[in-house]
Design a protein around this ligand. Structure first.
Ligand SMILES: [Zn+2]
Length: 296
C-alpha cells in the first residue's frame, strides 16, 4: 500500500508539463507532452487547429505518424517516441494538415532531445545466455522470425483507452530503463525495458487495451507476451512462468495476462516490461506519467 501511495505521489510530482507552439497566421498549434524530451521518451502530440480537418499526418525521425481526431475534428492526437539510441540534438517534426486537399498546410517544429543519464550495471547469468551453443542459436533464429512477424503489423487505430497502467500493483522497479548491462563481464547490452522485482507467480496485467500478437516461450525472453496497442505502440512482457492469453485475442486495460517468473535470460524472478513504438524502445515509466485523452 505504501508503495502504491509513493508511486502515485511520484507520478503527481512528475506529471508531465507540456510545451506549446503556435503559428500566428493560421492559429494552429502543436502541444508536446512532456515538454522535456530525452532519448527513450514517449510523448503525446496534440495538434489544435483553427479550422477542422479531415486528415492529419506527420513525420518524426523517419517515422510516419497518424493522428486521430476528437469529436470536433479540430483537436488531433497521437503517441510517438524518441528511440533510446537517438543522439542528443535538435530534430525536426513536420505535421501535414489535410495533405490531399487544397487546404493542405504544414506545421514545423524542432524538438530538442537531451541525454538521459543511464547507468552501467554488471550482471551474472548462466553462460548459455552469453555464448549460446549451436542448438540454442537455432532456437534464437526461430524466435527472431516469430518476433518479427508479431512486430510487423500494428492496428491503424489506437486500441488504448486513457492512461497506461503499471503491469504490477505492488512490486518496485529494480533496474532502470537504458542502463548498460555487462553480462558475466563479457557482453554489453542496453536494457530496453523496466524490471519489476516480483516473486514467481505474481499476477501481470495488460498496461492498456489491445490485441495479443505473441504469447509463447522464447530463448532469451522466457515466457513472453506482446500486446499491440495500435499506431505502432506495443508492450512486451518477459520471463513469465505462465501465460493466460492466446495470440489474436483482445485484452482490456488491467486484464490479467500472465504470471511472473524467472524464465529465459534472467538473474532471478522478475517481470521485464518493454514498450516499443515503430521499432524504437521507449521508457515505460515515462509512458505511465503521460495523461492521455479518453477515447470512446
Ligand atoms: Zn529487464
Amino acid at each position: 500500500m505504501i508503495l502504491r501511495i509513493l508511486a502515485l505521489a511520484t507520478a503527481a510530482l512528475f506529471a508531465a508539463p507540456s510545451v506549446q507552439s503556435s503559428d500566428p497566421v493560421s492559429q494552429d498549434s502543436i502541444v508536446i507532452t512532456p515538454a522535456a524530451l530525452q532519448n527513450g521518451s514517449p510523448f503525446l502530440l496534440t495538434v489544435a487547429l483553427h479550422n477542422k480537418a479531415s486528415l492529419v499526418t506527420g513525420t518524426w525521425q523517419d517515422h510516419p505518424i497518424v493522428f486521430f481526431p476528437n469529436a470536433d475534428h479540430r483537436t488531433w492526437s497521437s503517441l510517438a517516441g524518441v528511440d533510446i539510441e537517438t543522439i542528443p540534438g535538435h530534430y525536426p517534426l513536420a505535421i501535414e494538415i489535410d495533405p490531399t486537399q487544397s487546404t493542405h498546410r504544414t506545421l514545423h517544429q524542432e524538438l530538442d532531445i537531451t541525454e538521459a543519464p543511464y547507468e552501467k550495471v554488471p550482471l551474472t547469468v548462466p553462460d548459455k545466455f552469453v555464448e549460446p551453443d549451436a542448438a540454442a542459436l537455432k532456437i534464437i533464429a526461430a524466435d527472431k522470425i516469430v518476433k518479427d512477424k508479431a512486430f510487423a503489423h500494428s492496428s491503424p487505430k489506437p486500441a488504448w483507452t486513457s492512461n497506461f497502467l503499471p503491469p504490477l500493483r505492488v512490486a518496485p522497479m529494480s533496474d532502470s530503463f537504458g542502463s548498460q548491462r555487462i553480462f558475466n563481464g563479457k557482453l554489453a547490452s542496453v536494457h530496453r525495458g523496466l524490471d519489476y522485482h516480483a516473486k514467481t507467480g505474481t499476477p501481470v496485467s495488460a498496461i492498456n487495451s489491445g490485441r495479443v500478437v505473441l504469447a509463447k516461450p522464447l530463448y532469451f525472453e522466457g515466457g513472453c507476451v506482446v500486446i499491440d496497442h495500435g499506431l505502432g505502440l506495443m508492450s512486451v512482457y518477459m520471463h513469465l512462468s505462465k501465460i493466460e492469453v492466446k495470440v489474436d485475442t483482445k485484452v482490456h486495460r488491467g486484464q490479467l495476462i500472465a504470471w511472473s517468473g524467472a524464465s529465459g535470460r534472467a538473474t532471478g524472478p522478475h517481470l521485464h516490461l518493454g514498450v516499443r513504438w515503430q521499432g524504437s524502445y521507449l521508457d515505460p515509466a515515462k509512458l505511465f506519467q503521460i495523461q492521455l485523452p479518453e477515447l470512446r
